[in-house]
Structure formats: C-alpha cells, structure tokens
Design a protein around this ligand. Structure first.
Ligand code: FE
Ligand code: ZN
Length: 550
C-alpha cells in the first residue's frame, strides 16, 4: 500500500480514500496502479474513483471492424436502402420473376395444419411471490396525446431549436471544456485563439486526403470544422459524429481563418457513475421484444415453453422462483408482424389481417398469469403512425385487450416500475447509427445504445431509415438517465452495463425471415432478459432450446 501511495504522492497527487479502496479491490493493486500512472495525462491534485474509472474506460480497446466485416456491412447497407425505399425496380430485386408491369399477382397462402399447444395453467402448489405486490407504474415521458406537429417546415425549425437548446444546456452545465462557448457569428477571425462552439451538425464528409470536414450551425451562422486524420483521438470522435446531432467542439482558427482545426469534440454523455434506483419489493421485470404475431416464422414451440415457465409449470426450483417473481412483462414493439411492411411480406404471413393479428396477440397475452402487468409499446411493424416518436395504439386496438392488466405506451417512453426508471425504445434508428458510424455493426446493438447515451439522443438523423415527426418538443432526447435502457428491432439478445445503466436488447420470437437471410442477419431468438428490480441484477432465460426441465 505504501509503495502505491508513494508513487502518487511523489508527483504531488493525493489519492482519495475511496479511490484507494477501489485500487485495492483489484486483483493486483500494484499492477493496476502502475497502469493508471501510465495512462494519466497529468497528475491531478486529488485522484478520485471517477477519474480512475474514466481512465479504465478509455484504456479499454475500442470496437473495431475488419475488412471482411466492412464489406459485408456495405452489402447490407445497399440492401437495406433498397428495402426501406423500394422503387418498382428495387422491389423487383426481391422477386426477380415478378413481372414489373403487371399488377400484384394474387397471393395464395400456404396454410399449414396448426399444432395445438397445451394451455398453460398454473399448478395449485405454485405460490408466485409477485402476486403479493400491487403494480406501480408511472409514465414519465410519452408522446401519446401530446403530438403537436403538422409536418410543416416551421415544425422542423421548432424541433431543431428545441433539440439545440436542451442539449446545449446539458453540454454547458456538465462540461468544463465548454465554459466559454461563443455564438458562431462572434468568431473573431483576426485573433487566432481557441474557440468553443455548440451547434447542430449540418454536413459531414471526408476530404480526398482522408480528413473529416464537419459543417456546424447555430442560430447565428455556420462554421467549417476540419479534423485532421493524424489527430487520432479526435479523428476517432469525428467518425462518431452523425448528421443533425448537437455537439460541442473546441478548435483553433486556420491561418486564413476560413476553417477551424478541431482539438476536441464534446458529446453530452452521461456521467461516469450512475447509481441505480432500486425497488423495495423483491420483484422482476421481463423484456420480450419483437413477438411478430402473424408471421409464419413465429416460434410457437419456444413461446409455448416460455408460457409454461411463466406459469410455474416447468424449470428447476430456481427457475420457477424467478418465474414467480415476474411482476411485469415489457414488450418494446413489433408486437405483431403487421402487413405491407416490406415487399412480399404477405408470403411470410400466417395471419393476413392486422386486427386478427392483434386478436391473436391478446389471446396469447391472456395466457400470462393474472398477477403479471403487461406494458405494450409499438414498433415499426405495428399499426400506429410510422414516424417517431410514435403515439401508442389507438382505441380500436386497445379494446381488443380490455380484460388484461395492460398499459399502452408510446415509442419511445420513459416510465418507472416501483421507482426503477426505464427508457424503452423499439430501436429503428439502431440501423441508422450502424450505417453512419463505421465501426458499428448491425448485430451489435449494445455498442449503438452506448453511443446513443453518449450523444443523449435516440435518433438524431433526419432522412435515414427512421422516419421522424417534427414534434416541437424533441422526444428522442435522452435528458434523463434511466436505470434500464431497452431496445428491440434487431432481434438480438444482449445484456450489458454502461456507466451504471443496464442495457438490454430484448431478442425476438420470430425465426430468420427471408429478408434477414438476404441481409445475412442471424437473429438470436427466444431469449428473455430479466431484471430484478430490487437488486438491479440482470439475467437471461433461454427458451431457444429445450433448456428447462419439467
Ligand atoms: Fe422486429
Ligand atoms: Zn422493428
């Protein structure tokens, strides 16, 4: 211990007692301390736990993408843009035999004999602990009933103004680097000193020499920012910048005063350590995304196994105990497969009527135990307005679920379960981020979600895959730091932690579709992430194989 203290105090650094405890919680404190020292840019007066964690985080290898992965991603990009903006010619790519001039051919459904599954009924001896507790849901932020936009250009101006003001406030209150921000029209071209700016990214491109050029705009004007490729650290940040987002920058004026050479790019990021809110009751929430009822790829067997488990009929003692502690099931979108979502979808549907799809979903949700409260959110396959933020399901759909303990929310939505705050977002923009940021991959939603938190925004880019409605209040801003952040859409199951926030991508109940096959997307189906709301611990239950013993 003495040698560690000495190695810091020799440089005039006092190590906070908590920081010392943290160093000693490591397997090899001595080695950890010398790594810290190697990574210190300068010796601070006081070394805190937060600083240590920042150094640790920065020392972690950045996600990378190799050449082969990059090629595959480019192929996926191309296909995706065809799917999401299909012109007749592009549509033909899905079905080369289809005659372009003819009307849509009549679609004949192949109806397979439906297998009958036993209706799960809880056994009498099963005593689920969740039954003892009343549900406690607070909706914190939701577009439902609050929509103001009519889609005019003024609406867009208001949206971007609102985004700018709110993120500027977060940036300025949190980041010392931006204490002296000036409006763009106040840049004094005759004085070559450091300038600090906050604005919206209007354009980004790579120059022929491989440098990044960013056009930043605020309400007073616009400036051209250049990030040199040999400035590694800033260049990495510049590659994370996407269109229409709000960033802070510091830089110095170029010789001619026409460019600003970037020294730093500052994102609004969440603080390094966030303490989780905890429920006082020993209950859990389960997350099931992308059920896609109506699809002929719906995983009946796995779903049925899940229902049996949720009703306490299968699993070992521990698994049954977890099942009994589930008070909430959160469903973050694509609850049904919908109709006409992508070309030739009809060929992959078992149920071709949208209302019948919701009716079937209601039938399935009726098989949940009575003490479970359901939270239902729409996604891009659902029958709500496609532009995000999406208000929740209309009354006609809601009434199909009238006998259930169910709450309908918009997309995205902030809500709390027994004081544990959840940000639930279906996740259509995961694809936009993966397309626009080179190192991100379509099948690694967690890395994208970290970047969303870092940018404090769910979907900044207008004109990508994610249709955005110009609401006067930007509902896609992450201005509250949730305890749990959940997405779906990419049909992957993953669990992670970013600065104290539990990140979840909530799997899917649909096997690989033709369209996913073309994109080489391999879904990770029939997994259920579960969070214990009292302890914050997260686990994954796997129904993809016959894992449970009955
Ligand atoms: Fe989906
Ligand atoms: Zn989706």
């Amino acid at each position: 211990m003495k040698t560690i203290i000495k190695s810091f105090s020799e440089h005039g650094t006092f190590v906070q007692p908590e920081a010392m405890d943290y160093i000693f919680s490591k397997q090899n404190p001595q080695e950890f301390a010398s790594q810290l020292i190697n990574n210190l840019k300068e010796y601070p007066l006081v070394l805190t736990v937060d600083q240590i964690k920042t150094i640790e985080e920065q020392a972690q290898p950045k996600p990378t993408i190799n050449k082969q992965e990059l090629q595959e991603k480019q192929a996926q990009n191309e296909l995706l843009s065809q799917i999401y903006h299909p012109t007749p010619l592009q549509k033909a790519l899905f079905n080369p035999d289809e005659d372009l001039i003819d009307d849509e051919p009549e679609i004949k459904l192949i109806t397979t004999q439906k297998k009958q599954y036993p209706v799960p009924k809880p056994t009498k001896s099963w005593k689920p602990i969740a039954k003892k507790y009343q549900s406690d849901i607070q909706i914190i932020k939701d577009i439902t009933g609050q929509s103001t936009c009519e889609g005019t250009t003024q609406d867009f101006a208001k949206l971007f103004q609102n985004r700018c003001q709110r993120l500027k406030k977060i940036l300025q209150t949190q980041r010392r680097e931006l204490a002296n921000v000036i409006p763009i029209n106040r840049i004094n071209k005759s004085v070559m000193e450091e300038v600090q700016l906050i604005g919206i990214v209007k354009n980004i491109r790579t120059t022929t020499n491989g440098h990044r050029l960013i056009e930043l705009e605020d309400e007073t004007g616009s400036a051209l920012l250049m990030c040199l490729k040999n400035n590694r650290e800033v260049f990495q940040l510049a590659q994370e910048v996407v269109l229409d987002e709000i960033v802070g920058v510091t830089g110095s004026l170029s010789k001619h005063g026409d460019l600003i050479l970037l020294n730093n790019i500052v994102f609004a990021d969440i603080s390094i350590q966030n303490n989780k809110n905890k429920a006082s009751d020993p209950i859990c929430a389960a997350f099931l995304s992308d059920i896609h009822i109506g699809s002929n790829k719906f995983l009946h067997e796995e779903w049925n196994m899940f229902l049996q488990w949720l009703n306490g009929n299968v699993g070992n003692t521990r698994q049954r105990h977890v099942a009994g502690s589930i008070k909430y099931v959160v469903i973050p979108g694509d609850v049904v497969d919908g109709i006409g979502i992508y070309p030739n979808q009809e060929k992959e549907l078992d149920i071709t009527d949208i209302y019948e799809q919701y009716e079937e979903l209601a039938r399935q949700l009726h098989l949940f135990p009575d003490h479970v409260t359901i939270i239902l959110q729409p996604g891009n396959h659902d029958a709500v307005r496609p532009a995000e933020p999406q208000p929740t399901f209309d009354k006609e759909i809601q009434k199909l679920f009238k006998d259930l303990d169910i709450r309908f929310i918009g997309n995205p939505c902030y809500f709390s379960l027994h004081d544990v705050e959840i940000l639930s977002y279906h996740g259509q923009s995961l694809l936009d981020f993966a397309t626009n940021v080179q190192y991100l991959k379509y099948n690694e939603p967690i890395e994208v979600m970290k970047l969303m938190l870092k940018k404090r925004h769910l979907a900044p880019t207008y004109g990508g895959y994610t249709p955005l409605a110009p609401e006067h209040n930007d509902y896609m801003i992450i201005d509250r730091v949730p305890d749990i952040f959940v997405t779906g859409h990419v049909h992957i199951s993953s669990l992670a932690d970013y600065r104290g926030v539990t990140l979840i991508n909530a799997s899917s109940w649909q096997a690989q579709t033709e369209y996913q096959k073309m994109l080489n997307f391999v879904p990770d189906c029939a997994k259920v992430p579960i969070v214990n709301l009292k302890t914050g611990a997260a686990t994954l239950m796997d129904f993809s194989k016959n894992m449970l013993s009955s």
